[in-house]
Write a new protein. Structure first.
Length: 195
């Protein structure tokens, strides 16, 4: 299911979608977060099908780490990204989460195995020194933004005007709970005007 959903969509690291997309959606989420998993199915899947597949939007995942288990999955996603499979890993982690579970029902290495990722390379990539710094950077953004419930989406594009509510930045911030209609409207607003 994940492979079919993402087939032919470019992946580079934690980014899904065309590098030339004019709109970028940053998702801040924890891979063991139940609401994040629910949002992946009800909101992200349709956005990927409609906007990412058509090269209008790219999505960058920014992992939030709040426990050793969520760190294991975040590192697993980064390591999968080295094989252009981060989003396969992210979506599979969310799909393997049930309302009553504390994240995916399987551990991080099992997800890599199911996806057919080169496990020796994946295990080596888990120890990459840059991942903890990138996780820390995501945590700093979340702290500065005052984010406490996830997922949080930050949308950036040429159609967005500077706002006092975003510290003068040209972004739209959607905090949990995020609906498909809210994210769709933010993306449409962010798209370049056709005039």
């Amino acid at each position: 299911m994940v492979r079919a959903e993402l087939a032919q969509i470019p992946q580079h690291g934690m980014v899904l979608g065309s590098p030339s997309a004019r709109v970028t959606v940053f998702e801040y989420g924890d891979l063991i977060c139940g609401p994040c998993a629910k949002t992946a199915v009800s909101v992200l899947a349709p956005v990927i099908a409609s906007f990412v597949r058509s090269d209008a939007v790219r999505i960058q995942f920014e992992p939030i780490v709040e426990s050793p288990r969520s760190e294991a999955f975040a590192l697993g996603a980064y390591a999968a990204g080295a094989q252009r499979s981060a989003w396969n890993y992210i979506l599979l982690a969310y799909l393997c989460t049930t309302p009553s579970s504390d994240g995916p029902l399987y551990e991080a290495p099992a997800l890599a195995r199911v996806l057919g990722i080169n496990r020796r390379r994946w295990r080596r990539q888990l120890r990459e020194r840059r991942w903890p710094a990138q996780i820390e950077q995501s945590a700093r953004v979340a702290l500065l933004g005052g984010f406490s419930n996830y997922p949080v989406f930050i949308i950036r594009g040429p159609g967005i005007r500077r706002s006092k509510s975003t510290g003068g930045r040209s972004v739209i911030i959607l905090q949990a709970p995020v609906t498909l209609s809210a994210l769709t409207q933010a993306i449409i607003t962010a798209e370049p005007s056709s005039g």
